[in-house]
Write a protein that binds this ligand. Structure first.
Ligand code: SF4
Length: 352
């Protein structure tokens, strides 16, 4: 680990202006804009006088992480290996959908404490929360290889709502019209269902899109697959989602990672439909991607069969639910949902 100078990326505008004092506000605005443009050195800030650029260079860093490697899949998925200042490694993934839209999938924690049975990150535990700068820099690194990123999803490693203070700063920076100016509607936060966090988000925003990794509506099975359920029971979770929706007025995505033979039964689709009743949702089914060595209650996890997937979709549709099926991306570079993880990596939080 090496000492680093104070890092400016990830600072919301007011904090940046405070840090740069006694520089006047308009200078802070210029620096804020340059950060949003993704410059890698103060020397590129050409509307600042050269002595000022040198002074800033002497006192601050623009970024605290570097791209340590990358892998590209022919389907358009790109995975970046990012090294943080203390040697921690995280990953961020660029996804391309059928209409060639690019989405950045970002991580919020190094590791994850929640130990979902189907997730590689869960086997690693939590190392630490990421700072707002470390979250933002993942976006900047991805944008350095693809300038046109349409959407951001927080579905990488970690549970975003367990790092809400830092994530909130990142969101403030990303949506500030003085810099990045991204629409909140293009940002999705995916949670495993942290009730206090959803309540907090509903009360104080920002109003980003919300996705819940439900996986199954069967409380007993969900507690075994996702231990977070024990302290965040499904009935209370549904209540808080309902309140969130009343306040934000936006459709919520219910994600379900389909694990062959585990949560693909009729009871599971019925329980998911029962959970969805009364909420305005779209169900996003994510056939589990193979990760070697993942075992659930003594059985090796397996991908769902085409028949299991089709049956599940059909049953949900019969109940009047809107269902989408996520295309599998990045399988060849282990950048697909559930494949990111140790050693030296991460797992997508049920990511695209
Ligand atoms: S699925 Fe998400 S919440 Fe669960 S262990 Fe993995 S990263 Fe954590």
């Amino acid at each position: 680990m090496h000492q680093i100078k104070p890092v400016l990326s990830g600072l919301p505008f007011e904090a940046l202006a405070e840090t740069l004092k006694p520089l006047p506000q308009f200078r802070a605005e210029q620096v804020f804009q340059w950060i949003a443009r993704g410059v890698s050195s103060f020397q590129e800030m050409t509307n600042l006088a050269i002595p000022l650029r040198e002074d800033l260079e002497h006192r601050f860093s623009l970024s605290s992480s570097i791209i340590a490697g990358r892998a590209a899949d022919p389907d358009g998925t790109v995975k970046l290996y990012i090294r943080l200042h203390d040697g921690e490694r995280i990953e961020a993934v660029l996804l391309t959908d059928g209409e060639h839209r690019k989405t950045a999938c970002l991580s919020t924690q190094a590791g994850c404490p929640l130990a979902c049975a189907f997730c590689k990150t869960g086997t690693r535990g939590l190392t630490r929360n990421l700072t707002s700068g470390e979250i933002l820099e993942q976006f900047l690194h991805l944008r350095s290889i693809e300038p046109e990123i349409a959407n951001i999803v927080f579905m990488g490693m970690g549970e975003p709502l367990l790092n809400l203070p830092e994530l909130r700063k990142t969101l403030e920076v990303l949506t500030d019209s003085r810099g990045f100016g991204l629409s909140k509607r293009r940002i999705t936060l995916s949670t495993s269902g942290i009730i206090a966090g959803i309540r907090n988000l509903a009360a104080t925003g920002p109003e980003v899109r919300l996705a819940l990794s439900l996986t199954t509506g069967d409380s007993n099975l969900r507690s075994r697959l996702m231990p977070v359920t024990k302290s965040n029971p499904l009935p209370s979770l549904k209540d808080v989602l309902y309140d969130y929706q009343q306040q934000q007025g936006q459709r919520i995505t219910l994600e379900a990672v389909l694990l062959g033979g585990v949560n693909t039964r009729q009871e599971d689709s019925d329980a998911l439909a029962a959970f969805a009743a009364g909420l305005d949702v779209v169900v996003n089914l994510i056939p589990w991607n193979p990760v070697e060595g993942m075992v659930f209650e003594g059985q090796a996890l397996r991908e769902p069969t085409a028949r299991e997937i089709a049956g599940y979709i059909q049953r949900l549709k019969r109940r009047g639910l809107k269902v989408t099926r996520r295309l599998r991306k990045g399988l060849r570079i282990a950048g697909a949902c559930g494949q990111l993880g140790p050693p030296g990596g991460l797992k997508a939080h049920e990511g695209p």
